[in-house]
Design a protein around this ligand. Structure first.
Ligand SMILES: Cc1cc2nc3c(=O)[nH]c(=O)nc-3n(C[C@H](O)[C@H](O)[C@H](O)COP(=O)(O)OP(=O)(O)OC[C@H]3O[C@@H](n4cnc5c(N)ncnc54)[C@H](O)[C@@H]3O)c2cc1C
Length: 415
């Protein structure tokens, strides 16, 4: 079976890996050189701790407050764009306690499956990606966040995910090399860290050596259909035949899906990161600054990456350096000795998270086409859920029973 995968981010590459192993002839088509998309400069967390979707009660009110501050972690550019309005209404409708409770088990299950698969990848020669099971700490300063941390530990424990509260003293024992200004932390020993740039580079190389075809710098713009199946994709003037199509084009999947009549509400949530090599910022754990929503990732032995912000903004808007300034200033509030320089704009990475309207990914086959699989909308969790998504995609394409119940991720749930 000839499978065309549209998009060579982590979701496309992981799907290619498992489809190739299942005996399919696999071609990945990407409109870029596949070197710097959203799957590269992210924080690299493999985080079963993240069993709460983006759409939560209170996020809209908090988001509106943040919008007034140019350095805050969240921003939506006000617009009457119909896709944004459609997404916003569905997002607000999803941001309920019931939705959060319903999403916890499926998010836990796909996260744990993914973590297990990444651990298997570590023993595949040629796919080294600096996977480190170092655990993650979410630091908090305020009473409100301390209260939230206690609730999180209770929920995590009920789900079978190890988590505990650390006081100030225990926190400094966990990170003895630096002074931390925080009241405490939630510690998730089961989370892991990887170096996404290395993962993407090595996975692509491994796939090429295994016979996966890559067609770079070709933008898929349309499809050739016959009855209820897709016969080919049209990419920059070329027509590429397909027995099956996997749509894994990140945030750009939504407009392509409209070509075959599927509405998957999605917006780009832009985030920024800055990475330092051999810098004096040495940490033993992955760290989240709860109030500031900033991620700090020690990577690959000698690197540290600071990342954050969620800007819902048109995809061609120039980067806003004030957001990066906001990240740097937040870090200093928790780590007073970290005098992080704001690098010039060309050294700042940014990428667009494919944000679904309820914070859950879209993974599944379509009911009105026999040979299309959707794999996108992973929002803040595309790396964490990447390996599992690839495996699930290969099961969907080859007609095997899936490793977990995929109904919560049905791509047609908003149709
Ligand atoms: C600051 C930041 C930190 C993050 N930290 C984490 C983290 O710690 N853990 C985690 O799990 N996730 C994290 N994320 C989210 C994660 O990076 C994304 O969810 C993930 O990379 C999405 O992968 P993807 O393959 O769906 O999309 P992408 O990586 O965006 O790949 C999509 C690909 O499709 C191609 N494409 C698009 N349109 C077309 C077309 N028409 N034709 C051909 N090709 C096309 C693009 O060129 C691109 O290569 C973070 C994101 C940001 C911004």
């Amino acid at each position: 079976m000839k499978v065309i995968i549209i998009g060579g981010g982590i979701i496309g590459l992981s799907s290619a890996l498992y489809l190739q192993q299942a005996g399919c002839s696999v071609t990945v088509v990407d409109r870029s050189d596949m070197l710097q998309g959203c799957s590269y400069g992210n924080a690299g967390y493999i985080c079963p701790s993240h069993f709460v979707p983006l759409a939560t009660p209170g996020i809209v009110r908090q988001g509106l407050k943040w919008m007034l501050n140019a350095k805050s972690p969240f921003y939506i550019k006000p617009s009457l764009n119909k896709d944004l309005v459609n997404w916003g209404l569905k997002f607000m409708k999803s941001a309920t306690r019931t939705h959060v409770e319903r999403s916890a088990v499926p998010l836990r299950d796909i996260s744990l499956l993914s973590k297990q698969l990444y651990e298997e990848w570590t023993s595949t020669p040629g796919i080294d990606f600096s996977y480190e099971p170092i655990g993650m700490m979410e630091l908090f300063k305020t009473d409100e966040h301390a209260h939230h941390a206690i609730e999180t530990v209770e929920k995590a424990t009920a789900l079978g995910i190890e988590a505990k509260i650390l006081g100030k003293e225990e926190l400094s024992q966990m990170e003895p090399g630096v002074t931390i200004e925080a009241a405490g932390a939630v510690y998730f020993p089961g989370d892991s860290q990887l170096y996404p740039n290395q993962l993407m580079h090595n996975l692509r190389g491994y796939l090429e050596r295994s016979g996966v075809q890559f067609i770079r710098h070709r933008e898929v713009t349309d499809f050739v259909t016959a009855g209820n199946s897709i016969k080919a994709v049209k990419a920059s003037g070329e027509v590429i035949d397909a027995d099956h199509v996997v749509l894994a084009a990140g945030v750009w999947s939504a407009s392509l899906a409209q070509r075959f009549g599927l509405n998957i509400p999605m917006v780009g949530g832009r985030g920024y990161s800055i990475t330092f090599e051999d810098a004096p910022y040495k940490l033993r754990h992955s760290i989240i600054l709860s109030e500031a929503r900033v991620a700090i990732s020690p990577m690959n032995g000698n690197k540290v990456r600071f990342g954050g912000t969620m800007e819902i903004t048109p995809l061609n808007t120039p980067p806003r350096m004030q957001r990066v300034q906001g990240i740097v200033e937040s870090v200093k509030q928790y780590f007073p000795s970290y005098d992080i320089p704001v690098p010039p704009a060309e050294k700042v990475w940014y990428g667009y998270r494919p944000c679904s309207a309820d914070g859950l990914p879209y993974i599944g086959n379509l009911s009105h086409y026999t040979n299309v699989t959707i794999a996108t909308g992973h929002s803040m969790l595309g790396i964490s859920l990447g390996a599992a998504t690839g495996k699930l995609v290969s099961e969907l394409v080859t007609g095997l029973p899936t490793s977990m119940d995929l109904r919560p991720f049905n791509p047609e749930r908003f149709c």
